[in-house]
Design a protein around this ligand. Structure first.
Ligand code: ZN
Length: 198
């Protein structure tokens, strides 16, 4: 790394018009771009209402954590409000997304009783919370093809396109980037009150 004197680098600093660290009598010329925000967007989930599907929900969460870098789901601390609530009920599986990365997922027993894979259901519904739409009808290789792939389909992983879409959704929504780039405004959907069935 080159160290330039304050006098020598003043013009460059002004031209860059970005904050640089000033040190005593010298300015360290940046040898690379400032460190980018690389931390994933952290979302919390509460699966305490998911009854017999608790382990399937945890597995669905783990699959997303394995599959993407820009967002990470963690169990909510007790007493805290989670971004995502997961509930079990007797209806058809569905999601009620709020703003990107938040909402409620229902692991419906109706589909489970028909033979659909509970982990695929969990990962699929979480996919809606992460901003993915249904892609139906679709092949088993697609997570968002949902029930259209049939009960024999036990693929629980998003395909490359689905992973990329989630990465893109959250890459623009990371804290600290939205106001500077304006990307978040374009990439974060407005709060949705639309129920996504299956
Ligand atoms: Zn769906």
């Amino acid at each position: 790394m080159r160290i330039r004197t304050l006098t020598g680098s003043l013009a460059a600093v002004l031209a860059l018009s970005s904050p640089l660290l000033w040190g005593g009598q010298a300015v360290a010329a940046p040898s690379a771009a400032p460190e980018q925000v690389s931390a994933a967007r952290l979302l919390t989930y509460d699966a305490s209402g998911s009854a017999e599907f608790r382990s399937a929900v945890d597995r669905g969460v783990a699959i997303w954590n394995e599959s993407v870098d820009s967002v990470e789901l963690r169990p909510v601390a007790s007493g805290q409000r989670a971004n995502i609530r997961v509930l079990a009920d007797n209806g058809w599986p569905r999601a009620l997304p709020g703003s990107l990365g938040s909402g409620t997922v229902y692991i419906g027993r109706q589909a489970v009783n028909q033979g659909y894979d509970t982990v695929r259901i969990s990962a699929h519904e979480l996919g809606h919370i992460l901003g993915l739409p249904d892609r139906k009808p679709g092949p088993c290789s697609s997570l968002m093809s949902g029930s259209s792939a049939g009960t024999a389909c036990t693929n629980r992983y998003p395909n490359a396109a689905e992973r990329a879409e989630v990465e893109d959704n959250f890459a623009g929504a990371l804290a600290g980037t939205s106001e500077r780039t304006g990307r978040a405004d374009a990439s974060v959907p407005a709060p949705r009150a639309v129920l996504i069935r299956d």
